[in-house]
Design a protein around this ligand. Structure first.
Ligand code: IPE
Ligand code: IPE
Ligand code: MG
Length: 227
């Protein structure tokens, strides 16, 4: 497997179960992400994409949204050295214009500093699959439509935020929900899905191994016929 994607869900429920503020769940979720990064590297995976904040998550309380944005900014500052030392390239996909100018600057700086990493961590932030497709269509219309070249799937994909990133092989969603919630709509065309009841902050090596074992048992036919 080259690319694992994760819908990191269940932080709020994890906190509520412990009578803690939701933000504590998000903090524990950031620790789970660190663990997962290491599991992926050890398993020989080269890309990890995580759904951190959707275009719909802006509907949450100002307190939660503000806390999540602050957590992200803290993550960027505290992890910089570790990411560089471990050869991890940091990338963000999503509608950046929604983010504060300060956060956008921090993201761009970290992307630049980590650009030589052999492992790629893609963080989907203010990300929505529909939004990404619409932005790609607008970019194509602006920059390429006049060329007159036929619009193919491969050509269109060049305008997505994920232009140079392979499609995910496996998408894990934690916390028992079984829906995409607008994650990687284009890129997931032939991804395998794996759902687990485990809440994201509890996601550990055993949960990771179980997901990978399930994936290993899948037969990916990509529309072809059985041998
Ligand atoms: C996922 O956890 C993280 C984000 C959406 C930011 P949730 O906050 O959705 O946790 P639950 O679903 O309420 O438990
Ligand atoms: C999806 O989780 C988004 C992220 C994990 C960042 P949500 O908790 O926002 O999704 P719904 O509302 O349950 O579909
Ligand atoms: Mg949720």
């Amino acid at each position: 497997m080259e690319h694992l994607a994760v819908i990191m869900d269940g932080n709020g429920r994890w906190a509520e179960k412990r009578h803690l503020p939701r933000l504590m769940g998000h903090r524990a979720g950031a620790e789970a992400l660190d663990r997962c990064l290491h599991f992926c590297k050890a398993a020989g995976i080269r890309y990890l994409t995580v759904y951190a904040f959707s275009t719909e998550n802006w509907k949450r309380s100002a307190e939660e949204v503000g806390g999540l944005m602050k957590l992200l900014s803290t993550y960027i500052h505290t992890k910089e050295k570790e990411l560089i030392a471990n050869g991890i390239r940091f990338r963000v996909i999503g509608r950046r214009t929604d983010l504060s100018e300060k956060l956008r600057g921090e993201i761009a700086a970290l992307e630049e500093k980590t650009k030589d990493g052999a492992f790629t961590l893609v963080v989907a932030l203010s990300y929505g699959g529909r939004d990404e497709i619409v932005r790609a269509a607008a970019k194509w219309a602006r920059d390429a439509a006049a060329d007159g070249a036929p619009l193919t799937e491969a050509e269109f994909a060049r305008f997505l935020d994920t232009a140079d990133i392979p499609d995910p092989d496996l998408i894990i969603r934690t916390s028992g929900e079984q829906r995409t919630s607008n994650f990687l709509l284009w890129q997931s065309a032939y991804a395998e899905y794996y759902f687990t009841e485990t809440l994201w902050p509890d996601f550990d090596q055993a949960a990771f191994d179980k997901a990978l074992a399930a994936y290993a048992g899948r037969e990916r036919r990509m529309g072809g016929r059985l041998k």
